[in-house]
Design a protein around this ligand. Structure first.
Ligand code: RIB
Length: 294
């Protein structure tokens, strides 16, 4: 069984501020850094740090070549990654004094996927292989259709949620991992319980994990429903907390760990990630997660 993450790679320009800039306001940042991120890249890093060998597919622009070296360092295979002309995907991230963020996303190379490139990548995968997807690249509906036709298991983190998700045949997805906002947007429901019930009614064969930030998470599949509380830490930067949870959650599923333990490990990993600045670089190793006690 092979694991493929077909996802975004962003250069994250992160600014530390007392508060998120309001309309019409100009404020001075107290710090700035340039980090490698993107929901796709971060989730690949999380899977790798949780001990899962994987391939990352996706496109970088001309100023994104550092991603190749970084993938090698993290142990992520880049055989199917490509460089295209033009700008790399990038973000402007504001992080306030409480560690909360707000993000402007420029798609760049992440929006230049073609059906030919998708076919080329997927020709290397088949039945029983796992594909992880987020919503920061174009051609998502086509990737889902083609991966499903090949018998791959599809894991979708529908983040950020927008109309592209509505064009996907979500009945082909085996595992959904989403936060409360995305759950509300996807279902029109407003409480965690009703969001989970609505997703279960629409996609009864799929496993669903609804993450609730400091409120923990809910796992639902068939007759099994588990709630897991979040681990209380001092947040420095919440960027990539969801990506960390996603990577460690999938790693637990792949390793066939009992679900309660999967949720505990993914929640601990996400808690550790928010205690550090940045995206990918804030993601802990499995060894750190195992040692983490409150
Ligand atoms: O989930 C965090 C990521 O979202 C950041 O790394 C940024 O690139 C945005 O895509």
């Amino acid at each position: 069984m092979k694991v493929l993450n077909f996802g975004s790679l962003n250069l994250d320009y992160t600014y530390a501020l007392s508060h998120i800039v309001r309309e019409g306001e100009t404020i001075a940042a107290t710090d700035v850094s340039l980090n490698l991120g993107g929901k796709g890249f971060n989730q690949s890093v999380a899977l790798a740090r949780a001990g899962i060998p994987l391939y990352h597919a996706g496109l970088v622009g001309e100023e994104g070549l550092d991603f190749y070296d970084a993938c090698e360092t993290y142990g992520i295979k880049t055989d199917y990654m490509k460089t295209v002309t033009g700008r790399c995907g990038h973000t402007i991230i504001q992080v306030d004094s409480e560690g909360q963020n707000s993000i402007i996303l420029f798609g760049g190379a992440n929006q230049k996927n073609t059906k030919e490139y998708v076919d080329e990548v997927l020709s290397n995968f088949g039945t029983g292989d796992i594909i992880l997807l987020q919503n920061e690249i174009n051609e998502l509906p086509y990737i889902i259709d083609q991966a499903f036709a090949k018998g791959m298991t599809i894991v979708l983190n529908p983040s950020p949620y927008n109309e592209a998700i509505e064009e996907c045949d979500l009945g082909k997805v085996s595992i959904f991992i989403l936060n409360e906002t995305e759950g509300q947007q996807m279902t029109g429901m407003t409480t965690p319980t009703t969001i989970v019930s609505s997703l279960d009614a629409s996609f009864s064969n799929a496993k669903v994990v609804l993450t609730l930030g400091k409120g923990g998470c809910i796992y639902h599949h068939g007759d099994e429903e588990l709630y897991q509380a979040a681990f209380d830490v001092k947040a420095v930067d919440t960027t990539a907390a969801g990506d960390t949870f996603t990577g460690f959650f999938i790693a637990g599923i792949i390793k066939k760990v009992p679900m309660r333990q999967v949720l505990i490990t993914a929640s601990k990993a996400a808690a550790l990630a928010v205690t550090k600045n940045g995206a990918a670089q804030s993601i802990p190793f499995m060894s750190e997660v195992e040692l983490f006690e409150i």
